[in-house]
Design a protein around this ligand. Structure first.
Ligand code: PLP
Length: 372
């Protein structure tokens, strides 16, 4: 680095932050492995595709993209407010729910404040918290689930935020209503609980707590995404719900047009596409059942999931397995970065994609057993 830049970049800790590694794009694998038919089951996207109503709404709006979007997203906010039973001033929209994680941290964190995250969990919490100068306190998962009593024990006078991915990524596990109630009973009011509910729409378990039900009881932020069940990952849109005073802080921090015009109309249409959502849930439910059965036949341990992906213990170096799968045109997520060295995370695909993945997995495991 030149001397000038060295002076300019005085936040040297930024250079030490881990870089978020997204799932490999299909085109990259096609190019690198000279393959035509590649399937991606690596980023927990919706295998069914986007809501047809959202696509139609986008088509209708294309002729107005020379205009700036509505910075306040009036229609979408009011539609969400009605659906969720909260005031529109308690809702903020983000460029993906990712952006709301960053905005919440920027609003609340000053140097020396502590943020509690589980390890491993969704990586953005730690990266974004450290980027804001927070001290990150990591609490290991217990049997691949959030350990809320252990998290409670780490709370100090400096703790500002506890991040709770519910359900969690990459494990697919969730914390129960009983566990959250017990945490909140003992939590001082200066700590915000951040319920990241990106996979909310997939959860069918009865004892799963809806973060919105805690709004009146404790400072919470609840975020959800249009990237998963609604199939709009490429448009980047998510929403957050919290006390109107916290939301108004975030509103001041965000960029004026953080959610683009097409994302707004698509999300609005997708919320009314009950058929697409029902079909998505069905596909995921049936896909999980199929994969669980196949994993059992292969003698592989998997973690039962409340989401649209499954964490799978391949019982050997998962990096090697994921590389071998890539050569067969199947992209899944190797969990080595999360330090889960024998695990792969696979997104539920269409029936044909799931079958192709299982076939490729069988072939790969057979080959690697032959070598042992
Ligand atoms: C737990 C969790 N939170 C948030 C996100 C971000 O979603 P979005 O696309 O809304 O930014 C993801 C995406 O994978 C996730 O797994």
């Amino acid at each position: 680095m030149s001397a000038e830049l060295d002076i300019l970049i005085d936040k040297k800790f930024l250079l030490d932050l881990p870089v978020y590694q997204p799932g490999k794009p299909i085109e990259e694998v096609q190019r690198e492995h000279k393959l035509k038919a590649v399937i991606k089951l690596a980023s927990n996207e919706n295998a069914l595709g986007p809501s047809p109503k959202a696509v139609e709404a986008i088509k209708q709006s294309l002729k107005t993209i020379h205009r700036y979007p509505d910075g306040g997203a009036y229609y979408l906010k009011h539609r969400l407010a009605k659906k969720l039973g909260v005031g529109a001033s308690s809702i903020i929209l983000g460029n993906g729910s990712d952006e709301l994680i960053v905005l919440t941290l920027r609003a609340l964190i000053g140097g020396g404040d502590e943020v509690i995250v589980a390890t491993p969990t969704f990586l953005i919490y730690e990266i974004a918290a450290r980027a804001c100068g927070a001290t990150v306190v990591s609490v290991p998962l217990r049997h691949l689930r959030y350990d809320l009593p252990a998290i409670r024990r780490m709370v100090t006078a400096k703790t500002k935020i506890i991040f709770l991915a519910n359900p969690d990524n990459p494990t697919g596990t969730y914390v129960t209503k009983e566990e959250v109630d017990a945490l909140l009973d003992r939590l001082p009011p200066h700590v915000l609980v951040y319920f990241d509910e990106a996979y909310f729409e997939f959860v069918e378990e009865r004892n799963y707590p809806n973060g919105l039900h805690y709004l009146a009881r404790h400072p919470v932020m609840v975020t959800r995404s249009f990237s998963k069940a609604y199939g709009l990952a490429g448009l980047r849109i998510g929403y957050g719900v919290a006390d109107a005073r916290l939301i108004s802080c975030l509103e001041r921090l965000r960029e004026p047009f953080n959610v683009n015009l097409l994302a707004q109309v698509a999300a609005l249409a997708a919320l009314d596409d009950h058929r697409h959502l029902a079909q998505t849930r069905k596909l995921v439910r049936e896909g999980k059942r199929y994969l669980y059965r196949k994993f059992q036949e292969l003698g592989l341990r998997y973690i039962p999931s409340a989401t649209n992906f499954v964490l799978l213990d391949v019982g050997r170096d998962s990096h090697a397995v994921s590389q071998a799968l890539l050569k067969l045109g199947v992209i899944v997520r190797d969990m080595t970065v999360w330090k889960l060295h024998q695990y792969l995370r696979v997104t539920i695909g269409t029936r044909a994609e799931n079958e192709r993945f299982v076939k490729a997995l069988k072939k790969t495991l057979l080959r690697s057993s032959d070598k042992e």
